[in-house]
Design a protein around this ligand. Structure first.
Ligand SMILES: Cc1cc2nc3c(=O)[nH]c(=O)nc-3n(C[C@H](O)[C@H](O)[C@H](O)COP(=O)(O)O)c2cc1C
Length: 398
């Protein structure tokens, strides 16, 4: 006969949903997302531009760096909090802007924003959210940031900034690496369209992803670019998506950064900086924060891995404004490496979408909790009690 205690734990483990038992890491969460999502939608998030060299480089570059622990410093209690623009965060991992989160789960943006708030971190809304930014603000997520682009019609960019201010977003993020749309060949191969159109083959595939289809069947008709519909008068997302390349202005320049600086009074961050001279220029023009990023390898294939570009950018700004990093963050140790190289915090893109796809708000909470636990464990094993103690002495190349 089995002991009573064993039976008790068996019963307890049955209460934990199967997906949660399987997703003990971000990599496992990705596999679970792949299992539940229709292929074109999984690939839309998972894929990168062209040969996906930069996508893979982002993750691989973390393996070039090793941690050199000093366990004798006593680290029984660990504090993971960081400060950013006057706000204290309980976790140095932010939710980065990702378009069309509402394709992964009904109400995907609000679900993610709520999970971020509960975890004590920042949610950055994307220009391409399914619901308008005002709806995200009404979900009560705090702190919240808003990501924008520069459009040929500069009035539209200004509109975004003014709407974000009216909806009390805490910071504005100007993404600078997306003025031309990246060439994502998985999307081409899958015939991925926005909104997803289902031919007989796609429908057959959909039947295999029953849970997603049942959840999303009514939503699919409502999936749109919520921030654009009023302005462009086109409720058909397909029309807006097709017009996007002609809306964005590849002649983007520092003058646009100056203009945005005038329109937006709160913290302004540039996302997509990889060159130290651009970081210096941003500093000179009154930008408040830099996000070192290559858009998760979704734009310029062949671009440097973001973590490889980080040290030069950190050196260029010399501690005068916070530098953040995204791209390839999959483990708590990756976050610690980025912080040791001088980042104030990291953002995640795909990992939270995988959580969202698997279990909505609970899934995003789970993804953030995986990071929290791993960061805490790495700090403990390295003999670190506070984030401020993390420095370059913790690292060795290879
Ligand atoms: C599905 C998807 C949509 C994205 N949409 C946006 C966007 O609208 N604006 C933006 O600045 N970045 C966008 N990004 C890039 C992310 O903000 C982030 O830079 C990138 O995902 C980080 O890399 P990671 O996915 O390896 O964490 C998107 C990324 C993904 C995966």
């Amino acid at each position: 006969m089995r002991p009573k205690r064993a039976k008790h734990f068996e019963a307890m483990s049955e209460l934990v949903p199967a997906w949660r038992r399987r997703t003990f890491s971000i990599a496992a969460l990705r596999r679970e997302a792949q299992r539940v999502l229709p292929r074109p939608i999984f690939d839309f998030a998972d894929g990168g531009a062209e040969d996906e060299r930069t996508l893979h480089r982002n993750e691989a570059a973390f393996s070039e760096l090793s941690l050199v622990p000093r366990p004798l410093r006593g680290s029984a209690e660990r504090d993971l909090s960081v400060e950013l623009f006057g706000k204290s965060l309980r976790l140095p991992v932010l939710i980065g802007p990702t378009g069309l989160a509402g394709l992964f789960w009904p109400g995907g943006e609000c679900a993610t924003a709520r999970a971020a708030s509960a975890a004590g971190t920042i949610y950055c809304a994307s220009h391409a959210s399914v619901v308008p930014l005002e709806t995200i603000a009404a979900c009560g997520a705090s702190p919240r940031w808003m990501q924008v682009f520069v459009y040929r019609d500069r009035g539209f960019t200004r509109d975004f900034a003014e709407r974000a201010a009216a909806a009390e977003f805490d910071a504005l993020v100007l993404t600078i690496d997306n003025q031309l749309t990246g060439n994502r060949e998985r999307d081409l191969r899958n015939g991925f369209t926005i909104p997803p159109r289902f031919g007989p083959i796609a429908l057959a595939g959909m039947a295999l992803k029953f849970g997603w289809f049942i959840r999303m069947r009514h939503e699919l008709r409502r999936v749109t670019f919520g921030n654009y519909v009023d302005r462009l008068g086109a409720s058909d997302i397909g029309t807006i998506a097709q017009r996007m390349p002609s809306l964005l202005d590849p002649s983007l320049s520092w003058r646009d950064v100056d203009a945005l600086r005038n329109w937006w009074r709160g913290p302004l961050l540039l996302k997509g900086v990889l060159h130290p001279e651009d970081a210096k220029e941003a500093l000179a023009r009154g930008v408040d924060g830099i996000i070192v990023s290559n858009h998760g390898g979704r734009q310029l294939d062949g671009a440097v891995a973001s973590v490889a570009a980080l040290p030069a950018v950190v050196e260029a700004v010399a501690g005068r404004i916070p530098v953040l990093l995204d791209g390839g963050i999959r483990r708590g140790a990756d976050v610690i490496i980025a912080l040791a190289l001088g980042a104030r915090a990291c953002l995640i893109g795909r990992p939270h979408l995988w959580g969202l796809a698997v279990a909505g708000e609970v899934g995003v909470t789970h993804a953030l909790e995986l990071f929290r636990r791993e960061i805490d464990r790495v700090m403990g094993l390295c003999g670190i009690t506070r984030i401020a103690e993390i420095g370059p002495d913790l690292l060795m190349r290879r």
